[in-house]
Design a binder for this molecule. Structure first.
Ligand SMILES: [Zn+2]
Length: 456
């Protein structure tokens, strides 16, 4: 098939892409946490299953994983001897956070200024729709085998799918794995993500008293666990804002695309006049170095506070870990620092420690080369590479369990999507061009043994 023909077919599928995305966004498929009924995840999984089943996947099924989430799996075999491509996505989403901060309802796909808004519109339901659009455009002209897996608990980092991959690698066996959960470095600039930082999540509790006491009566000699926590956390950043975990070297430099400051400031929504933290280039700090963030602290909120010294406080820390660093070593170093720096002999307890190692993909194989060519055809520009600060734990499991498969990360989640934040959105032109790139990749034989014509 010629490029123009596939492009026309993809374009003709965009109204359906809206319909499917509208259906998927309506499910409040936040896994775990108890904020939304678990049936919402089940309904989203069943909708994904139905959508792929109607594209020729005969054996679509839901498989329960070790964390209780359900992965949707399917296989559409290709002609004998043809290669197999595994398409990855996830149907669970982040909670909407502050619903009042949304300009449109988070669970109703809404078009505004040419973008489609809704929780999961980009991450990752937009990628599910992108995959479906590519498959629909090829229809019966698909000459490779395709497997797909849509995960039900990516955002919670509970590892159910990663465990299933390790236990049943046969289900996922493929020549190429296209992980559709990232995006282009900017709209219209085709980008493969080659590096994912690993992640360490730790919840810690600091206790000094068996219950809160009045700070008028007791304030002074009473060890305040919140002060202790602040003292323990403060040394983890330098005055410049670099992450400084004692014992962890942090001088990495990123070798791919640069992240221009002006765009970064816009993407990250920095207020005018506020300086960037840290001392490296932006891409170095985002993709080649560690970053520690205190993502939550439990102590009374201002509105409900009383004049009291708290008995105990809790904090959740999140450390992003770049390629070349080991998340277990980082955890040991962090733990050693926190335990040894606790003042007044306060009690420190850690729980909910979750770890995922950093990932780097191969870029020297035939699937990567064909994908780069397909992206260039779809966008009219050469493909570049970027890293991603966030982790996708299943990538490491796939890399370890399918050592011969090439894994490439692409998707519709460009920076303006504001994934995980209020007002998440997707640019439909990114869905369309990414679907075209994926369709060209599949039509071109996925870099495997069979070949098809890929147009001019
Ligand atoms: Zn995602």
């Amino acid at each position: 098939m010629r490029v123009e023909e596939i492009s026309t077919r993809v374009n003709g599928m965009m109204a359906r892409a809206w319909d499917d995305l509208e259906t998927l966004v309506a499910y409040r498929s936040v896994a775990g946490g108890g904020q939304f009924p678990p049936e919402e995840c089940d309904k989203a999984a069943e909708a994904v299953a139905r959508m792929f089943a109607s594209e020729g996947f005969a054996d679509v099924r839901l498989v329960e994983t070790s964390d209780g989430s359900k992965a949707v799996l399917g296989h559409r075999p290709g002609p004998p001897g043809s290669p197999t491509v595994l398409l990855y996505s996830h149907y669970d989403v982040q909670p909407p956070l502050d619903e009042g901060a949304w300009q449109t309802p988070p669970w109703a796909l809404t078009e505004r200024d040419g973008r489609w808004y809704g929780r999961g519109a980009a991450d990752c339901k937009g990628n599910i729709v992108m995959q479906l659009t590519a498959l629909r455009a090829l229809a019966d002209d698909l000459r490779v085998g395709v497997k797909f897996v849509s995960e039900g608990s990516e955002e919670q980092s509970t590892g159910g799918l990663a465990a299933l991959v390790r236990r049943r690698p046969d289900l996922f066996q493929a020549d190429a794995v296209i992980v559709c959960d990232t995006g282009n470095a900017e709209i219209g600039l085709p980008t493969a993500t080659t590096d994912l930082r690993g992640a360490l999540h730790v919840t810690m509790t600091v206790s000094a008293l068996s219950s809160p006491v009045h700070c008028g009566t007791f304030g002074g000699p009473t060890p305040d666990p919140l002060n202790a926590l602040i003292a323990m956390l403060a040394p983890l950043h330098s005055a410049d804002g670099d992450t400084t975990i004692p014992g962890i070297e942090d001088t990495g430099e990123w070798g791919g695309v640069a992240y221009p400051e002006e765009r970064y400031r816009r993407d990250a929504k920095l207020l005018p006049g506020v300086a960037l933290a840290g001392t490296g280039a932006i891409a170095d700090m985002l993709w080649a170095r560690h970053a520690l963030t205190v993502v939550g602290i439990d102590c009374p909120g201002v509105a409900v506070s009383a004049p009291a010294v708290q008995g105990s406080v809790r904090a959740r820390l999140n450390v992003r870990v770049p390629h070349g660093s080991d998340v277990d070593v980082v955890w040991q170093a962090l733990r050693k620092h926190l335990e040894s720096s606790a003042p007044w002999n306060v009690e420190v307890r850690f729980d909910e420690v979750k770890r995922s190692q950093p990932f780097r993909s191969r870029t020297d194989g035939p699937a990567y080369a064909l994908l780069a060519a397909s992206m260039e055809q779809a966008f009219g520009r050469a493909m570049t590479t970027a890293g991603q600060g966030g982790s996708i734990p299943v990538c490491v499991a796939l890399q370890e369990s399918l050592p011969d498969a090439e894994i490439v990360l692409i998707g519709v989640e460009e920076p303006r999507c504001l994934i995980h934040a209020p007002n998440e959105s997707v640019d439909p032109s990114e869905i369309e061009r990414m679907a075209l790139a994926l369709a060209l990749f599949l039509a071109g034989g996925a870099g495997g043994r069979t070949t098809d014509t890929t147009g001019e």
